[in-house]
Design a protein around this ligand. Structure first.
Ligand code: KG4
Ligand code: ZN
Length: 339
């Protein structure tokens, strides 16, 4: 085993991206291959789990081969295999887990199961060599909206979460309502550039019993009601204004809660992660708010925000260094808890 350079082969198949990557020493991405199924699921307006599993099976070997060859390594060079084992779609997760176990068994390589959210957070380490825990992280994806205290590598404490829809879910539902299709987040991000964020005043939800929690079903319903009332009155809707105003309502809440929590817990670094973290308005607003409040702001490049295997390789490396090893009884856990 090479000691100075530890190489992790990482596999991610929790939703609709079949991904594999090779990561050196937890920070350096040697390859990051993503085969997206978006075009396929678009036809149905969302991810169809059965189709996702089948596509993962078709693509996984090809994606791993490409990740190894791009990194210019073979399986004999790999020290550990990191794989997402939850949360996610069970059939999709199973493909990655079974593949990782098969390689681990055949080549006698250590196996490390990774929590998908730990992966998203770890994406921040890739391009920021100076970033070390502790820091605050806002995780905003299609399934999660969490404020998380990153106490150490792989050591987390959730201090706030959504009570209903995840931020990405709200983006996807609003996009569908205004006819933008799937996945909605990037389309709202794009269309909102032509709209006025002040045009319509959508509600900003405040949770009274936990100031760190979120709620997005109210703003989503407000958008749907607004569209319905326009249609009943025969007024043509301005999609760009709706997109921009909705996005601003979500971003306002995300930014104010994240800044408040970072200061309250006496931290000076704030990171964002997950698919919604690639949103341009959120990134700009967070950057400005961090500067105003004397906080250092970290965000991954968009390619490391949405699902990818490089982030899983980073998380797996730090688990591996702590001595975490999984056996061949590792299973997919669709509702895997965090912490
Ligand atoms: O992290 P991710 O790729 O998968 C999950 O773990 O859920 O996040 C996907 C979510 C989707 O809801 C998608 O609409 C949203 O992230 N998203 C965005 C943007 N890019 C992806 N939301 C807002 N703006 C974006 N640019
Ligand atoms: Zn994700």
């Amino acid at each position: 085993m090479n000691k100075e350079n530890k190489l992790v082969l990482a596999i991610e198949t929790s939703c609709d991206e079949t991904a594999a990557a090779v990561v050196r020493n937890g920070r350096e991405v040697l390859s990051n291959v993503i085969s997206s199924q978006i075009e396929l699921h678009k036809l149905y307006g969302g991810v169809v789990p059965e189709i996702a599993s089948r596509k993962h099976i078709e693509k996984i070997n090809q994606v791993i081969t490409e990740a190894l060859s791009t990194a210019n390594v073979t399986l004999d060079d790999i020290d550990a295999i990191g794989v997402t084992y939850g949360p996610g779609l069970v059939g999709a997760l199973l493909v990655g887990v079974a593949e990782a176990k098969a390689i681990s068994y055949a080549k006698k390589i250590d196996l490390v199961g990774v929590h998908h959210i730990g992966g998203h957070i770890s994406a921040n380490y890739i391009e920021h060599p100076d970033l070390k825990p502790p820091f605050m992280c806002l995780v905003v994806s299609g399934g999660h909206t969490h404020l998380i205290k990153v106490k150490d590598y792989g050591e987390y404490e959730i201090i706030g979460r959504t009570r209903d829809d995840a931020a990405g879910e709200a983006f996807d539902k609003v996009a569908r309502a205004i006819g933008l299709g799937y996945p909605g987040g990037p389309k709202i991000d794009q269309l909102s550039k032509e709209g006025n964020p002040e045009a319509i005043k959508f509600p900003r939800a405040h949770i009274d019993d936990n100031e760190n929690d979120f709620s997005f079903s109210g703003v989503k319903s407000a958008v749907l009601n607004y569209i319905n009332s326009c249609q009943m009155k025969g007024i043509e809707i301005n999609k760009a204004d709706i997109a921009a105003s909705f996005q601003m309502a979500v971003v306002d809440v995300l930014v104010s809660r994240a800044i408040h929590a970072t200061k309250k817990f006496n931290m000076d670094k704030l990171a964002i992660a997950g698919g919604v973290a690639s949103n341009a308005t959120l990134r700009n607003a967070m950057q400005i708010a961090c500067e105003t409040n004397g906080l250092k702001f970290y965000h991954p490049s968009p390619i490391f925000c949405t699902d990818n295997a490089a982030m899983i390789g980073v998380a797996a490396y730090y688990e591996y260094e702590k001595g975490v090893r999984h056996g061949l009884d590792l299973n997919a856990v669709p509702n895997l808890k965090f912490e």
